[in-house]
Ligand binder design. Structure first.
Ligand code: COA
Ligand code: AMP
Length: 628
């Protein structure tokens, strides 16, 4: 790809000649057999990239760098303030560790196409596990450690894995999260039986393994059973990543091998502007898409050094933790969520922890995961004196769709906007009739099909679910579920969701899922959960419940029970801590709960009584609860 072309030219080329454009990008991947067809558009609205191509993602992320003579370069830096451990792995070390991990999976019967669930904290072994699956063509599905057993069980039941790979614990600053009982509980909830659980025992949580069902990870790794990369089709699945849908049932986003590798390589070069050998750090968790794309795959595909950070932005030990990492490892590009910057700003608004840090290596800070509020952007720019680039994407897309492409010399940003379309993404704003809305007016943010390589080709639940979830609402377009507008300079302002998903500390959660949990409490007649504005986490969920007449539980006890029920069912990550008992919910005459008005009331925004309101008592009840 010619980096001297402007981002505008590339944007046009990608839209006008996608075949040529993405044929060029495919050269960033090492193929065993090059693709026969760049874009298979024979079955719209389903499109496949690089059909006929044969490659291996693990080979591209690991072995090819060793083969190219860069085996001694650092591939992974593990820095864990919560355990006090630091370790570094060269590409050669990584190759051996991944090949052995793959050998362990093969020994326990895993082969091409089999699923493997990875339920792990931020340790290097989690990354070895992902890459080991890729090496043998198995399909991994990583589940974030902050989810409760029921959420883990849903994913196991859907993905039907042969093996679960887990650790004895994760470490949160305030507690050790013992995974073994959580995993046991999840497996007990599933009809699907896994063959084995491979458990990484950590010193912070020794475990007694069940000889029948469990395998000791570290013992197995002592055997030098290294296996090589197997050829897979570009269109074969690399992983499934479950993400919150509008109901309590998570959607299994499928990522393929070839398109994913090409798109991520392209993004590292042109969006982030990295070169092989650069240090790229995404402070997220491998359980999220940011962790998949920009902790594990993209930096390694691009031959960079990636950082696995087992800690938080604040409290491990202080708000200078991120700056220490950037200084210590000479980080070139840093990526995190605005919530993390807000957490630092809240504890160190004057930037005292930045004062003596040498951040000269840093070229830019990229933010994503939620809307970046202008205050936070301004603060980061003032403190760092570097470009701070908000960019936008989703689990489904796999890589940024809106950004300033630093690698193409584009640092043009605008506070409040998430960037301009990345070449390959034809982003439009339309109304419910699929008509374009005028510049500056809000509508549904959609992407014209075909989506570029790297985006989801389908859902694990099948093409019908994919159609229903993303492709039916606006024919010929992918519906992002976000609403916003494009301004006269082409910047896209992402304003809100059009569904009931909320974003809590950069984590995407379904209020519908939380409502299902509340509604299952025997005392609850009906309920609503909405996302209230939160100065640290962006949004936090707030529940409103109407009780059954027969309820006998005291209010304060009931509230505790409801909070605990959401935590136990969805997980601590839901950050569900606030519930109000109300006498009535505001509804339209057709019975639809007026969630938007409820949210406006909680946030203290101006609101008008909707014309369709059924009974004003519902709104009065919410207003009284919020005022109390
Ligand atoms: N395993 C188990 N529990 C976890 C967990 C994990 N991997 N990650 C978070 N949790 C728990 C936390 O311990 C906390 O539990 P608590 O209610 O007992 O305190 C709860 O889930 C909420 O966690 P979190 O959202 O992390 O809130 P916090 O108050 O602990 O920290 C921030 C706030 C802003 C520091 C933190 O959310 C953060 O670092 N966010 C960055 C988000 C991010 O990287 N997003 C990815 C998209 S780019
Ligand atoms: P996830 O799939 O968890 O990555 O969440 C994706 C959703 O997070 C998007 O659809 C948006 O609603 C929101 N989001 C992500 N990045 C941004 C951003 N830069 N600005 C505004 N919203 C964002």
């Amino acid at each position: 790809m010619n980096a001297t072309l402007s981002v505008e030219t590339l944007r046009e080329n990608a839209i006008n000649s996608p075949q040529e454009y993405w044929a060029e990008a495919s050269k960033l991947v090492d193929w065993m057999i090059p693709p026969e067809t760049i874009l298979d558009d024979s079955n719209p609205p389903f499109y496949r990239w690089y059909r006929g191509g044969v490659m291996n993602t693990c080979y591209n992320a690991v072995d090819r760098h060793v083969d190219a003579g860069r085996g001694e370069q650092i591939a992974i830096i593990y820095d864990s303030p919560v355990t006090g451990k630091k370790r570094q792995y060269t590409y050669k070390d990584l190759q051996i560790a991944v090949a052995r991990t793959a050998g362990m999976l093969v020994k326990y019967g895993v082969s091409k196409g089999d699923r493997v669930i990875i339920y792990m904290p931020m340790v290097p072994e989690a990354m070895f596990a992902m890459l080991a699956c890729a090496r043998i063509g198995a399909v991994h599905s990583v589940v974030f450690g902050g989810f409760a057993p029921k959420e883990l069980a849903k994913r196991i039941e859907d993905a039907k894995p042969k093996i679960v790979m887990s650790a004895s614990c994760g470490i949160e600053p305030n507690r050790i999260v013992h995974y073994s009982p959580l995993l046991k509980e999840a497996l007990a909830l599933c009809e699907h039986q896994v063959d084995k659980c491979i458990i990484l025992e950590r010193p912070q949580s020794p475990v007694t393994l069940n000889e029948e069902t469990d395998v000791d990870w570290l013992t197995e790794m002592q055997f030098n059973r290294q296996v090589d990369c197997v050829p897979v089709m570009a269109t074969d699945p690399l992983y499934i990543l479950y993400t919150s849908g509008t109901t309590g049932v998570p959607k299994g986003v499928v990522r393929d091998n070839g398109g994913h590798a090409a798109a991520l390589c392209w993004s590292m070069k042109h969006i982030y502007g990295t070169n092989p050998g650069d240090v790229y750090w995404a402070a997220s968790d491998i359980g999220w898409v940011v962790g998949h794309s920009y902790i594990t795959y993209a930096p390694l595909l691009a031959g960079c050094t990636t950082i696995i950070y087992e800690g938080k932005p604040v409290g491990t030990p202080d708000p200078g933790a991120f700056w220490r990492i950037i200084e210590e490892y000479h980080v070139d590009i840093f990526f995190t969520a605005p919530t993390a910057i807000r957490a630092i700003k809240c504890e160190d608004s004057e930037g005292k922890y930045l004062k003596n840090k040498d951040l000269s290596s840093l070229k830019a800070l990229f933010l994503a995961g939620e809307r970046a509020d202008p205050d936070t952007l301004q603060w980061a720019e003032t403190m760092l004196k570097k470009p701070v680039i908000d960019h936008w994407w989703q689990t489904e897309l796999g890589w940024p769709a809106l950004a300033a492409c630093l690698g193409l010399g584009d640092t043009h940003t605008k506070h409040g906007a998430a960037g301009r379309a990345v070449p390959g993404f034809d982003i439009q704003i339309i109304d419910e009739n699929n008509d374009p809305v005028p510049t500056g007016e809000t509508g549904d943010i959609v992407i014209k099909l075909p989506l570029p390589p790297g985006c989801l080709p389908t859902l694990w639940q099948g093409n019908d679910k994919m159609l229903e979830s993303y492709l039916i609402e606006h024919e010929g377009f992918y519906s992002t579920g976000d609403a916003g507008y494009i301004d006269d300079e082409g910047f896209v302002h992402v304003m809100s969701r059009t569904d009931d998903l909320i974003n809590v500390a950069g984590h995407r959660l379904s209020t519908g899922g939380m409502e299902q949990v509340l509604a299952s409490h025997p005392s609850v007649a009906e309920c609503a959960v909405v996302g209230a504005a939160d100065s640290l986490k962006g949004q936090t969920p707030v529940g409103f419940v109407v009780l059954k007449k027969a309820n006998t539980i005291q209010d304060d006890i009931l509230i505790k029970e409801l909070v605990a029920k959401v935590r136990d069912t969805i997980g601590p990550v839901a950050a569900f801590k606030r519930v109000h008992i109300v006498s009535k919910l505001p509804k339209t005459r057709s019975g639809k709960i007026l969630r938007k008005t409820i949210r406006q009331i909680i946030d203290g925004e101006d609101w008008v009584t909707p014309a369709t309101l059924d009974d004003p008592a519902g709104l009065d009840s919410i207003a009284a609860a919020c005022a109390s």
